[in-house]
Design a protein around this ligand. Structure first.
Ligand SMILES: [Zn+2]
Length: 287
């Protein structure tokens, strides 16, 4: 091999092995915007981490929440944009139109293919309207809304439909036992297919940091770190392989006090120390 070719081969090898050694965590938070959202951003800011928020348009419904809360939620929305977090579509109303007669626990949560209409335009219109009312131009509004509408997480169900970068197989996964009855899971699979056909990336999660409405986070940062390590070691599987770990948490875990925020900050620092890099789902397909 000629010296130049050898050098090139070596440097290519270095690039490949550097990539192979990279470990990414995608911290995602669902069901915002609420009073917990800002606290997640506080922790992220302190650790220099960008996160992904999957939001519901009805969190900006003043007739439901009152103008004071909605004003705070709008402020958090603008902060997400300013601090360059990724924002995705979690449906307009978290499928509440189907849970009026059912408990909102995943029973009969998907009832027809019409549920697909609660994603995309109908949810995005709420956020676009806010941006316009704050004086953003149509082009600036599109810059926010277009990527936001492309990234979807379905309420209640860990379904994946993700196109990956060239040369990598797509991720196509349907969770049949996330929700009951079976018919609802079947409809959710059809909804995921329809979203994907409509050009969306549908993201599920690899592990959940459990939280409650009243009592904050259920898992400790150490427990979550252990779960992350298990995936890296191949003991547990992640959809995108052992170097790409999507964590699900919820904004409502951060509603009260500063303890959850501190726990999240602790987790960010622990993971960084172990060589994990935090990314948003905006780059998941190409990382
Ligand atoms: Zn949700």
């Amino acid at each position: 091999m000629k010296p130049f070719a050898a050098l090139l081969a070596l440097s290519l090898l270095a690039v490949v092995s550097a990539n192979a050694n990279q470990k990414f965590i995608y911290y995602t938070s669902d069901d915002g915007i609420n009073a917990g959202t800002a606290k997640i951003m506080d922790a992220a800011h302190e650790s220099g981490v960008k996160v992904t928020f999957f939001v519901n348009g009805n969190s900006l419904d003043a007739s439901h929440w009152g103008p004071g809360i909605v004003k705070d939620n709008i402020r958090s929305f603008m902060r997400m944009i300013r601090e360059q977090h990724a924002i995705g579509d979690h449906s307009l109303n978290h499928m509440a139109h189907n849970s009026e007669t059912e408990p909102a626990d995943g029973r009969n949560i998907y009832q027809s293919l019409d549920d697909v209409k609660y994603f995309g335009k109908r949810n995005m219109a709420v956020f676009a309207k806010i941006l316009q009312s704050l004086g953003l131009t149509i082009a600036q509004t599109k810059d926010v809304i277009t990527p936001m509408s492309k990234m979807v997480r379905m309420p209640f169900v860990n379904n994946w439909r993700v196109t990956m970068a060239d040369g990598q197989p797509p991720i196509d996964f349907t969770c049949r036992n996330c929700i009951v009855p079976y018919k609802s899971a079947e409809i959710a699979a059809d909804v995921a297919d329809a979203l994907f056909k409509g050009g969306k990336q549908v993201f599920g999660w690899d592990l959940e940091w459990r939280s409650t409405y009243g009592d904050g986070l259920v898992n400790t940062p150490e427990e979550v770190m252990n779960a992350v390590r298990k995936i890296s070691q191949g003991v547990k599987k992640a959809k995108g392989g052992p170097n790409k770990i999507v964590i699900l948490n919820h904004d409502h875990g951060f509603l009260y006090g500063d303890e959850p925020k501190e726990a999240l900050g602790k987790f960010f620092e622990m993971a960084k120390k172990e060589g994990y890099e935090f990314r948003t789902l905006a780059t998941y397909a190409t990382d």
